[in-house]
Design a protein around this ligand. Sequence first.
Ligand code: ASP
Ligand code: MG
Length: 422
Amino acid sequence: MGIVVQKYGGSSLADAASIKRVARRITEAKKAGNDVVVAVSAMGDSTDELLELAEGVSPLPPARELDMLLTAGERISMALVAMAISDLGFTARSFTGSQAGVITDSVHGKAKIIDVTPGRIRDAIADGHIVIVAGFQGVSQDTKEITTLGRGGTDTTAVALAAALGADVCEIYTDVDGVFTADPRIVRSARKLDRVSYEEMLELAACGAKILHLRCVEYARRYTIPIHVRSSFSHKEGTWVMDPAEGDTMEQAIIAGIAHDRSEAKITVVGVPDKVGYAARIFEALAAAQINLDMIVQNISAAATSLTDISFTLPRTDGATAMKALDALKDEIGLASLMYDDKIGKISLIGAGMRSHPGISAKFFSAIAAAGVNIEMISTSEIRISVVVDEAQVDAAVAAAHTAFDLDADEGEAVVYGGSGR
Ligand code: ASP
Ligand code: MG
């Protein structure tokens, strides 16, 4: 008899009927002889609704109070799920992140878990209860304040609990059947992956695939927790995120999948003197403003002017802050102008097999060209090729690349069971 950790996302907990359905699913795992610990997200789109409510009250709410507000969403679902379980004749105990021993650093809005001390969870299990934990939250070790882990953070709560409790597996229940070769919301012919390595899943998550929180995958890899991503609406086998066992000779696919991201913006700094130290000045100013950059491209300078352009991408939410920081620098170091574009999208082709197979970039760029899409920027890592294109052309480019790499499923369409896609 082992411990199973399960996570249910907002779209699986949209209303009373779904909560009862999830409660039945949880009790099935208990009846099968497991100790069950469950991390829950807020119901439906309620985190977005709470954010809108906050915006209506204050344009820039204090981070501490925003975390207090948002953690209430998960608190509502944990109590309702526990009630539904008790209606089925089992006992459940719900705990906030803080009560469950999820200890974080003190950064509101994107806290990192630094320790999990699950004493109360262990006691509740020993007393025969099913344990329900509010996801996406913890308590700061230093400030003792309530923190949140960043959007989608319940995945990370679940994996952290699985690691702390020594669970055999962490099951992530969502509104699709697993991890797909592309977002099934835009590519209906996307194929479900049976297996994906931690390394590939990390790149997929970092490049905008919303199926798993990036931190959750980092955590799972560090503690070697196998993740089973599956639907709460069906009983189909989902996708296993884990490394192949030693000696596993199963041929690995060259490409794992295609991720896309519409959350970034592009800034171009025009007329940068092609001399020592200018790039450093620009990026120091951005670092001082706490901006996380993604792609960076510098062109060679025009011989006549000795001036060059530098473009980079960053989260749209940081766009205004970055432009302000660069504007302050413009006259000081003599930059010609700044351009801001937030109508861009990033498409990333990911697969460990590209290390050993030539011609992948050529095929990727040709497919995008054949779809009539212009490439604005390119960047690569060992197992990834990313391009920036016009936001309006993202869907077409993803579909074209998906077909070019033979990723389309042989039969049937990918099912999206729930969620508003928000
Ligand atoms: N409710 C939070 C969100 O919507 C956390 C989560 O769903 O994992 O981001
Ligand atoms: Mg989520």
